[in-house]
Design a protein around this ligand. Sequence first.
Ligand code: HEM
Length: 414
Amino acid sequence: MDAQALYALRDVAGVPTHPVVFLILGVVTFALHIAAVQIMLGASGLTIWGALSQDAHKRRLAQSMVMVAKFMLSVAILVGVAPLLFVQVIYDPFWYTSNVLSAWWVIGFIIILTVAALLWFFFNAKNYKLGDASQKVFCPGSAILAVALLLVVGFIMHVLTNQMLSPEKWLEWYAPGGVIDSSGRSLHDFNLARFLFFISLSVPVIGAVLVGYRRFYLPRLGDESLKMSREYLDWTGRLGQSLILFGGVVSVVIGAWWMATLPEKAAGFALSPWVIVSLAMLLATVGFAQWVRMGRMDTLWAYAVLPVGAVALIVVAAAREALRWSILMGVHGYNAMDYPINMDWYSTILFFVTFLIVGGGALAYMVTVAWKAGQTAGVYTPSPFITRMGNIAIGLIVLWIVQYFAVGFYTWLS
Ligand code: HEM
């Protein structure tokens, strides 16, 4: 497709800061999003596995995982919005065209996601004694259907991302055989290997979570309210390690399948340094986990498996972006870096202050409280320092809201 036609689709208002900022934030927030998706899918898989079993360990794990999945579903949705913002800013000609071509599914996305979330909450509410292997599980089908719908949601996102990479096919999709189809009912293009690669990573990712889970609850052994024995925790650790090893290897194989199925125009990317480094990082994570398995499962190293995996995921996210760049710039001549800049310092500074200080402060407080509460037997009372952290976090949010309205009114009145 003619690059000038693509440039003509850009927002005439330009972008409010340098495009590279959006590019980097897009990669980082996509990595966050996909990590949350993978923990959610992995945890829901383990929940269903446990729900369909009478085994005491599997059921105890399901009881923990149903909550992890519920929480991570919210996180996945929340941090899904961020890459959405960034991709539509610098790649708007591609993203919006892809969305309009499948508009029916873009709207359906929200409905399907809502039904899936409700089903998961329903399953959770109806099975608050999931951990008790003597109790019958109520309607496990609701959990299975929820996961199936969540996968449909992810697939829609995958199709939108994939369709944007083929501007040369847009016209044929819009008017097949010369007859306009403006229904937006079709999903035109997908790459199963690519989709399965991101989904399959759920297996090693939830494995890494289990290794941390085991280490986290070790200090609370013997706490009757938790019903966790040494035997149970060791079982979760072994399961986690097996999932990392097995899932990691399977994901790498599926990743190779994805690279082998790249469109001809991008086939050379398969052997690029991006792919080699991603492969090395994924295998290094598996290797690191095995090193932890050899006598370090009770040490703080057990917590390091997840952050090491997170670094590997960021590298994979960067490689995914490099693939998009190599197609849009390399094949179609669209340079996202020459997007006209209409510098807006206020919104740029506000974004980073909100993200790092207000968001970071509130998150640090919540994570600290959750961590400490999880490690304490009985009722947890925060120390004066942590209470102060909470007060500061609330103060920052109040300040943010005040400045938001103050600037709004000032702009309105002036
Ligand atoms: C909860 C179920 C979800 C699943 C299973 C899921 C899964 C995925 C997967 C597999 C991808 C990678 C697609 C690819 O590169 O081929 C992806 C990308 C993406 N997801 Fe999600 N997702 C979910 C929810 C959401 C939600 C609720 C949002 C937005 C509010 C969202 C926003 C995005 C965006 C913007 C991208 C692509 C960004 C880009 O092109 O750079 N996702 N998602």
